[in-house]
Design a protein around this ligand. Structure first.
Ligand SMILES: *[C@@H]1O[C@H](CO)[C@@H](O)[C@H](O)[C@H]1NC(C)=O
Ligand SMILES: *[C@@H]1O[C@H](CO)[C@@H](O)[C@H](O)[C@H]1NC(C)=O
Ligand SMILES: *[C@@H]1O[C@H](CO)[C@@H](O)[C@H](O)[C@H]1NC(C)=O
Ligand SMILES: *[C@@H]1O[C@H](CO)[C@@H](O)[C@H](O)[C@H]1NC(C)=O
Ligand SMILES: *[C@@H]1O[C@H](CO)[C@@H](O)[C@H](O)[C@H]1NC(C)=O
Length: 853
């Protein structure tokens, strides 16, 4: 029995959230070597089928890492993958930063502590929608440098950084043969896309990069992705939405998929991409079906482009990527759960997958095929001395028809395959999983989209304690328009932006003074013309002021600016015009660091009136208390225009209120057929991003300083701070569905102890950590109708439904309910296929009282 009371309780369950993994220099594994053959990586002498999850460490905080890694492992990952971020690690040449979000050693050690392997993609050009692809801006100033080609100054700098990283990993004993988790490294990144444009020098550069990498003594294999001419021992790997059928450039190299794009990135003013999990699971299953051996999700957790780290043009602050773990570190369902079930099914096949040198191919229909993996060759199986039952056999049955379900006969049994799907048969007989049948729970966060939860955009659902208002008293200070200090300088002509700012600020003031005579004015009037400011090419945003008044704004990527301007007779100050131009890097408020706790008082803040008209180029500040609980925090900047925001001096990123086009989002998302980033878009007609992640660890309980620099206007009084958590879980499964696969995730083999045919389907519900199921809103075992948040009873309904599910689930963080007559006491309607549908509500254990459960 469960009783809820409205008083605070010991925060028992929260403890698990804050478990710190000890970071030690001790070995994580017994030392092991990594080699490879044509079939797979060979880890400690054994071929392995590996699932990898991409997590970019600086896109989260170190406080988030343990939970992200644990959720990856729980979801079935064997490996964690990350790029390195050169400009984060070496912001000034020779001055290294491996602290905080850039503490690579700590991140790799946490992965090892969890018993997972590591794939480190050094690059050092990484693209990654990261600022400048990871190159430090000072690299541009090295005399004679030409990037990513056979250029001595570039190669010298690249070798220095790659050596630095490899040496650091060696020192910390993080390679497999030292007892560390690193099993694989990457040099360069998708250079094959570029190589042609560098001609012969490009080819020489690839050879040099390969030899340089191999010469560093890392002792584990290296890959190059999208590099069909990867030399020698370097494994060329695939990056794409689908990589089944990919063949490396040598019959001695295994098939590796370094980037499985499970979503996509977004620009300001763009729609939100969504890749349906049925298609993603199809792609993964097809990869392993057709001989693949290591697959990495790009991204398993995408995270946030904090500060000014997002690349361009115009990439938003969120790097959610529609990944299985969302930007805030919460499971994105049903993606996370369905992939977990998929990984369990693949793991059940691993023994046969690694044993066979290649699959046996069988055509089952015009667009249907099977690949069968035998532990022993089939001729051996047919030999009477070895019966089939003693030999592991696993099969993948695919229906690549985009429209129709197909019924196929495989080894004498009939199987129904939904369109665009793969069934996985770990024992060559029973279906353990089909990629198109999602048995995983759905977590609903947006009521409007409840009918199509699979394409629902992230939303926040709050209880009242979880909303924290910002103090009513906002203060503001105006940023001066134009050059604001002595540290300006004068040049002939215009200088390139980055050359001046060195990327220390987004902003660069240009100013010139021009003189307009009576004659000029008369000429314009007489000829009915007005002067126009012309700039041949600019990016990304330009604002034009005359005498301190904003007269125009332009944004775009390499666009021509044609801005009509009006001048009075006499002197006028104009931003950006030739002749004598004064330049100044950055804003005064940035220079004074008025966003920090220590320095913010230095600015001349004045109280902002509630009815103040929105002003441009203004700094705002206010204080807020943290919402209760341990859930991730988001700040709603939907009432603001464009700018940047800081919390307690931490730069939470750029914000902008550009709105996605009204059209281009389907009413429902059809998973069938090849995916592209324009398919299944969401969020049409809404601002691309209004919620901004503020990591809990950047907050204190009360009096958090929020500082905003706003360029175009907006209403700070509407800003709010909220905590984010999925509140409603739904799941639906029929009695003919799948065995409880996820429970087998950590079993390697079907070793006689597990028999798929004996297992009964189960519904599995799981709230986020620190949350429990408070109530079952709906449960029906029978023939329920509707979908999440709109279920209703059908003609057949077991009267025990609610009590059975409540008994099993209420008061628990997670629960399983068997979908069978036995589970519900009796058969509510003979001869009818029965389904269990459940809707449950989760609450935080810190906002309710739990006296017993
Ligand atoms: C790894 O390989 C090296 C070179 O072949 C060998 O000396 C070493 O003993 C191996 N280590 C392990 C743990 O197998
Ligand atoms: C069958 O097994 C026997 C005994 O192990 C062996 O001599 C024979 O070569 C095998 N035949 C085939 C076709 O593998
Ligand atoms: C720019 O710097 C010069 C000195 O270098 C100074 O005289 C001038 O006042 C500065 N301009 C502004 C607008 O502060
Ligand atoms: C963005 O914010 C600015 C300043 O408040 C406002 O003028 C503009 O209408 C907003 N744009 C959208 C699409 O909401
Ligand atoms: C709820 O489901 C029923 C069918 O079961 C449907 O007719 C109705 O439109 C749905 N309502 C909503 C609000 O989705």
């Amino acid at each position: 029995m469960v009783v809820f009371e409205n008083k605070a309780i010991p925060k028992l369950l929260l403890v698990c959230l804050f478990v710190q993994f000890s970071v030690s220099a001790a070995n994580f594994f017994q030392p092991f070597n990594v080699t490879y053959d044509h079939r797979a990586l060979i880890i400690d002498g054994k071929r392995r089928m590996l699932i990898s999850g991409g997590i970019h460490y600086p896109r989260a905080t170190p406080q988030m890492w343990p939970d992200l890694i644990a959720k990856s492992k729980e979801g079935g990952a064997d490996v964690i993958e990350s790029y390195t971020f050169w400009n984060g690690h070496e912001p000034v040449r020779g001055q290294y930063n491996f602290e905080g979000r850039f503490d690579l050693v700590k991140f790799v050690k946490l992965v090892g502590d969890n018993g997972l392997y590591f794939l480190l993609r050094i690059g050092p050009y990484v693209c990654a929608e990261w600022n400048f692809g990871g190159f430090p801006v000072w690299l541009r100033d090295i005399p004679g440098i030409e990037f990513r080609t056979d250029n001595e100054p570039f190669k010298r700098e690249m070798q220095r950084f790659v050596t630095k990283i490899v040496d650091l990993m060696l020192e910390e004993k993080l390679f497999s043969w030292q007892g560390g988790p690193i099993i694989l490294l990457q040099i360069e990144n998708e250079y094959g896309n570029m190589e042609g444009s560098y001609g012969q020098k490009g080819k020489e550069y690839v050879r040099w990069a390969a030899n340089m990498a191999l010469g560093l003594g890392a002792g584990v294999p290296w890959v190059m992705c999208k590099q069909t001419d990867a030399p020698g021992d370097i494994i060329d790997t695939c990056n794409n939405y689908y990589c089944d059928g990919y063949k490396p450039n040598s019959p001695n190299k295994p098939t590796i998929w370094t980037e499985n794009w499970d979503g996509w990135y977004t620009s300001w003013g763009g729609r939100l991409p969504h890749r349906p999990v049925e298609d993603l699971a199809f792609a993964v299953a097809r990869f392993f079906q057709r001989g693949g051996s290591l697959m990495n999700y790009y991204m398993y957790f995408g995270g946030t482009n904090f500060g000014r780290t997002s690349g361009g043009p115009f990439y938003i602050t969120s790097y959610d990527y529609d990944a299985p773990i969302d930007e805030y570190g919460l499971r994105s369902e049903p993606k996370w759960g369905h992939l977990k079930d998929l990984h369990a099914a693949i793991k059940l096949c691993e023994r046969a997958l690694v044993a066979a040198d290649s699959p046996q191919y069988m055509k089952l229909g015009p667009r249907q095929e099977a690949h069968v993996y035998w532990e022993n060759t089939q001729s051996a199986v047919l030999n009477t001395t070895l019966s089939e039952s003693q030999s592991a056999c696993s099969a993948f049955l695919a229906n690549i028809d985009e429209h129709n379900t197909a019924t196929v006969i495989f080894r004498g049994k009939s199987y129904s395959l939904p369109p665009w799907s793969v069934s996985i048969l770990p024992d060559c007989s029973n279906v353990a999983f089909n990629t198109a049948k999602v048995g995983a729970q759905t977590s609903v966060k947006l009521v409007e989209n409840a009918l199509s939860p699979k394409i629902s955009a992230p939303e926040l659902v709050m209880t009242k304690n979880e909303v924290s208002s910002i103090s009513e008293s906002w203060m503001s200070v105006e940023e001066p328009i134009g050059i604001w200090s002595e540290s300006n300088f004068t040049v002939q002509g215009l200088l390139e932006h980055l050359k001046v700012t060195k990327d220390e600020s987004d902003y660069l003031w240009h100013m010139t003074r021009i003189y307009v005579s009576d004659d000029d004015v008369a000429f314009w009037e007489e000829n009915k013309v007005s002067p126009t400011l012309v700039i041949d090419s600019m990016r990304d945003v330009l604002r034009i002021f005359i005498n301190g008044e904003l007269i125009g704004s332009v944004s775009g990527h390499w666009v021509k600016v044609l801005q009509p301007v009006q001048f009075q007779q006499g002197y006028s100050d104009l931003m950006l015009l030739s002749q004598t131009v004064g330049l100044q890097v950055g804003l005064k408020g940035e220079f004074q660091k008025i966003f920090t706790i220590e320095e913010n008082e230095k600015a001349g803040w004045t109280n902002l009136k509630l009815d103040a008209t929105p002003s441009t180029f203004t700094w705002y500040k206010a204080y807020f208390d943290s919402p209760d609980g341990s859930e991730p925090i988001a700040i709603d900047l939907g009432s603001m225009g464009k700018g940047q925001a800081w919390v307690n001096g931490h730069h939470i990123g750029r914000y902008w209120n550009l709105t996605a086009p009204k059209d281009g989002c389907p009413d429902s998302c059809d998973y069938r057929g090849a995916y592209g980033s324009n398919k299944c878009m969401t969020n049409c007609g809404k601002p691309t991003q209004t919620w901004y992640h503020v990591p809990r660890s950047w907050l204190q309980a009360s009096n958090n300083l929020l500082v905003i620099f706003e360029e175009i206007g907006g209403n700070p009084f509407e800003i709010s701070v909220k905590s984010r958590v999925p509140r409603i879980l739904c799941a639906q499964m029929s009695e003919s569905y799948y065995p409880p696969l996820r429970e087998w995730l950590h079993l390697d083999l079907i070793d006689g102890k597990v028999s798929i045919s004996d297992m009964k389907p189960q519904i599995h519900l799981q709230c986020e950590d620190g949350h429990i199921i408070s109530s079952i809103e709906f449960a029906s075992y029978g023939t329920p109708h509707g979908s999440c948040q709109n279920f209703s009873n059908g003609n057949c309904h077991s009267p025990n439904s609610l009590s059975v599910v409540s008994e099993a689930c209420v008061g628990r963080n997670s629960c399983s309910v068997e979908v069978s007559n036995a589970g519900f006491g009796s058969d509510p309607c003979r001869g009818v296929l029965k389904t269990l549908a459940v809707e449950a509500r989760c609450v935080s254990t810190s906002t309710i009282g739990v006296s017993q459960f």
